[in-house]
Every structure is written in structure tokens, then in C-alpha cells.
Design a protein around this ligand. Sequence first.
Ligand code: LLP
Length: 412
Amino acid sequence: MHHFQYQNGALHAEEVPLARIAEEVGTPVYVYSAATLRRHASVFREAFPADTVTAFSVKALSNLHVLKLLASEGLGADVVSVGELERALRAGMKPDQIVFSGVGKRREELRAALRARILQFNVESEAELRTLSEVAEEEGIEASVALRINPDVDALTLPGISTGKKDDKFGIPWERALETYTLARDLPGLKPDGLDFHIGSQITSLGPFERAAERAASLVRELRGAGFDIRRLDLGGGLGIPYADGDQPPLPSAYAEAVTKITAGLDVQLIFEPGRVIAGNAGVLLTSVVLTKHQTTKNFVVVDAAMNDLIRPALYGATHRLLPVAQKEGDPSAYALVGPVCESTDKFTDAAMLADPQAGDLLAFGTAGAYGAVQASQYNTRPLVPEVLVDGGSYKVIRRRPTLDEMLALEE
Ligand code: LLP
């Protein structure tokens, strides 16, 4: 559920007309709905036992103001860099609700996280385990470690965002789980008391989650049998969301029910790392039509947003629902919808159904809150796209558009 709706033919974010934001802030611009973020956070959190840590995957949407809002809803953070850690801490997320994921953490990143006394390091290799042990010893701080084990489960999602198959770069191979836990126990400064899985993103059926949870539960039992005191089970993120009309991914409640049925009786604290399901439908990318253009056999609409602002279509072939900000009369026809960047892959869709598009018309890409702004770049020296947070009848700019001088200042 989200709060982007038409009122008298005009698309609103909560009570604010998107046309007003376009007018006052300019386009392209990401617009988020605070009510939607709050709702998603509470629905997810309340689906699980009270001691569960819901660690929002900061990579999905890392704006400080959004993180503050989620912190006030009781969410923690899943971070993958010292930068994300700093964001989570500045947003007020509690260190004992922060987990550190990632396949290539550097020594200084591990040090910063140790000093912040985070809940858990999700360690993905023997090499990382050794480095973490050294840094923990230097700092005199014991590190709580969960090994991220690769369960070799097919997440049945886009190949580019699947992470739990045996030849993916992520995690420790299933067959080496026990020996790696033994190494962790033998190395100084480490407390291997957690287990971590994450099998992929935009997963739209329960099967892969159930298979992963079953493998995790059996591994918890096996590890305990071998004398390891496993207290936490982190099942990662990955729950999919509807991008197109008709998509029906499982609701958080169904996901929670399926997974907790399998983990019940294990006596572990559960951790989840949801990103997309919290942020995805809480944001749109607002853009305006620059011009229309008619090639030999194809009609184009060129908008002012481009692949550098929303890269998912160019990178993964992803599609985002297209919403006219002002509903128009007339029969729609198909247009190729492209941005101004000098690449043929700077195309959002080949079949945008639009009624009489004109320069200045406003359009919104739906479901753009997750992996939207965070994956933006300045390619073609286009300024990083700004972000706006709507709350009820008002909004604020939570990241402004940089000036050209600011963009060039780092090169002076
Ligand atoms: N935990 C770990 C260890 C992850 O790698 C990820 C996402 C998450 C949690 C959050 O997953 P979520 O709940 O959001 O599915 N850029 C791609 C998605 C990449 C996901 C990377 N890892 C996209 O635009 O679809």
C-alpha cells in the first residue's frame, strides 16, 4: 500500500500535488511519502516476534532524513560500508540494531564498526575472519560474528540480483560452514554466535525463502550439536514488491508466517535486512517531457530524467510503472520513453502508453524509492537528482540539487 493517488485527476503524494513539487523544486526529483515509509516499517516489524531486529538495508535508500524516520519507527540498519554506518549512526539507529554485511570490508571499516559496538559482523570469507580477528585484538573489543553461509538456493529472481547460488561471489560455501565456524572459534577476538543468509532481491514467491530458512534451521542445529552457541539468525532481505499492475508478491505477514514456522523452537533472535519492501513503493521519480521526436518508424518522448538518475531499466531491464501527473483525455498510443543521456540504453521503456504527450508534461516513475536515488550518478555532468520527503500536507527538500560550482569544486 502506498500514498501516491489521484485527486481530481492530479497525482498527489499524500496531500501534496506532485505538480507543486515540480514547480517549486524542479525536475527530475525523487519524491518519497513519509506515511508509506512508516506504514511499511511497522507492518514488517509487527509481523515478527518482538525481539526481532529489523535492520533496514541502507543501500536501498540511504538519505539521512529517511533513516531518521525509520529509526523512529524502531528500525535498525544493515550497512555495507563505513559511509552507510556513519549514516545509520547519525540518523540515530541504535548500534545494537546494526549489522555489517558485504564481501570486501576493509580493515578501517571493521575498526569503525567495532568502535561503534554494532550488533553483528556478517562475515563472508576466511580472509575477512582473520582480518576482523586482528583488528578486534588491536582494539580490545570482541566482535560478534555471524558467518554468511551460501545455501545454494535459487532465488528465482533477475540474475543480476541473485546472490545465494553456489557460484555467486557471496557467502561461505555450504560445505565449508563447520570448518569456518571452527576457525572463528579458534581465532582471538571473535565470538561466532550468529548465522547469516541472504539469497537475493526482488523475490516474489515464498519457496526460495522457505528453502533457505530450512537450510538455516538445520545448520543452527548442526552447529549447536558441534558446541557452538548460536544465538542469532539473520535471514537477510529480498522480499519482492509489485512493480507492474497484477504483480502479487507475498505480503510481509505471509512471509513472516512462512519463515517463523520454520524457525520456531530454535530459540534464536531473528534478524531481517529488508530494503526494497520498505522503500520501494514509498517513492516516485518525477520528470518532465523535454520534447517529442518522430523517427522513421518510431515515436520518442524525451524526458529530463535519464539513466544516471534511475538506472534500473538500463542495468537490469527493470520496468517502472509510468504515471501521468495530470490525467489526460484522449486515446493513448505507444512511445519509446528515453532520457537525454548519450547512450542507446538510456531508455525507460519502448512502450509508454501516453495520450498526446507535450513538452512540459509531468510524468512519474512509480516504485522508485528503492535503488533509485542511491544508484544515481553524475554521468554527462548531470547534477545528482534531489530528494523530497512529503509528510501529510507539506514537504521538505531532504537533499537539494547541487549547483554546477559545487559539482566542479572537487576538481579544483
Ligand atoms: N541484505 C543484503 C546482504 C543485501 O545484499 C541486500 C541487497 C539486502 C539485504 C536488501 O535486499 P532487499 O530487501 O532490498 O531485496 N540494485 C538492485 C538490487 C540490489 C540488491 C543488493 N542487495 C536493484 O535495483 O534491483
